[in-house]
Design a protein around this ligand. Structure first.
Ligand code: FMN
Length: 324
């Protein structure tokens, strides 16, 4: 087996940090141990109000894990992943080793090329319909990761959008909600996490789409309103089961879907308010089959979105075990 140098591992970890995360909290850490990368959740970066269980934290780490896999694959190695390999260390989410050498196909190369082009878009999308073959590719991406992506038809779209609005209302009444939101959107020069003003986007003037309350000051929107698309393409990502293993699966599926969408020139917005209120999440889930809603994703065509900052790789790298 060809060895991998530390420089290559560090470069792949740096690519992994470009993954999406709740409020750009970047709740991950990595340790290089020989030719293995250990991927950890960073509970100090969990959002206490929105994410008491740490479900969205693990989804975010799952998105980083998928990105690491995609970077390794595009570099010509098959990544070998052990999820939650040590029950005694619950924050150790995965061990990843670049395995067998194998020429990457065009799909693997295009997926990795989308990593630094993928950004969350919070702008209005055009009325253009997402074509059926693009939807099929996104569904395949979910299935590839053991999850499922359902596209809401007319009636269910209306229901999901109104559930999203109801969830947003309930969150606004949750103690500490605005304080937490403001902590992660506060403009501080040189800040390398959180959501900068340029990424927040306009207010949905007709309040049709449950966009997150970023930029809210004293419960009043501080940003301009614009009209969003009347018939958004709304999808729901689900997994069978709802334990950390499935949250991790959901995160990997989320990032595969977002990268495939980026390749297809689709803009994307993860929308998580509907799955942050348990009673509303129950409505989107199917207890009979054990299928749980993990994330709502809005898709469409819109203006390009800009990148948000990331902490440098040196800040997310833990010291090698031998030095601890
Ligand atoms: C678990 C999770 C939940 C998210 N929820 C929302 C959301 O409700 N609304 C939103 O606008 N963006 C949401 N996002 C997107 C993040 O805010 C975004 O990934 C982060 O700010 C980094 O920006 P980027 O995606 O452009 O790299 C979510 C992302 C993840 C992984």
């Amino acid at each position: 087996m060809a060895t991998v140098d530390r420089k290559a591992l560090t470069r792949w970890i740096e690519m992994a940090t470009l993954a999406p995360s709740l409020h750009n909290s970047q709740p991950w850490r990595f340790r290089v141990d020989g030719d293995t990368v250990e991927v950890y959740a960073d509970p100090a970066r969990r959002l206490e109000v929105l994410d008491p269980e740490g479900r969205e934290m693990i989804i975010s780490v799952g998105a980083a894990l998928f990105t690491l896999r995609a970077a390794i694959r595009a570099a010509g190695r098959i990544p070998a992943v052990a999820a939650f390999p040590d029950p005694g260390v619950p924050d150790l989410v995965a061990r990843v080793r670049p395995g067998r050498i194998a020429e990457p196909g065009p799909d693997a190369l295009e997926l990795a090329a989308a990593i630094d082009r993928r950004h969350t878009s919070r702008r209005p999308f055009t009325a253009a319909v997402v074509p059926a073959d693009a939807v099929d590719k996104l569904k395949e991406a979910a299935i590839h990761e053991g999850a499922r992506l359902a596209v809401a038809g007319g009636a269910s779209r209306t229901v999901i959008v109104s559930l999203g609005r109801a969830a947003a209302d309930r969150l606004r009444r949750r103690g500490g909600y605005f304080a937490e939101l403001n902590r992660w959107t506060r403009p501080v020069p040189g800040r390398l996490d959180g959501i900068p003003a340029h990424a927040i986007g306009p207010w949905d003037a007709l309040e049709r789409i449950p966009m997150r309350d970023f930029g809210v000051v004293d419960s009043q929107p501080s940003r301009r309103g614009e009209e969003f698309e009347a018939f958004p393409t709304i999808t729901v990502l689900t997994t069978v089961g709802d334990a950390p293993a499935q949250w991790l699966q959901a995160g990997q599926a989320l990032q595969r879907i977002l990268l495939v969408a980026t390749r297809l020139h689709l803009a994307t917005t993860p929308i998580s308010q509907p799955v942050e209120i348990p009673a509303i999440r129950d409505v989107l889930s199917d207890p009979r089959t054990g299928r749980w809603a993990q994330m709502v994703i809005r898709l469409g065509y819109g203006p390009p979105a800009a990148a948000t900052p990331r902490r440098p790789v040196t800040e997310v790298l833990l010291a090698p075990a031998s030095e601890v």
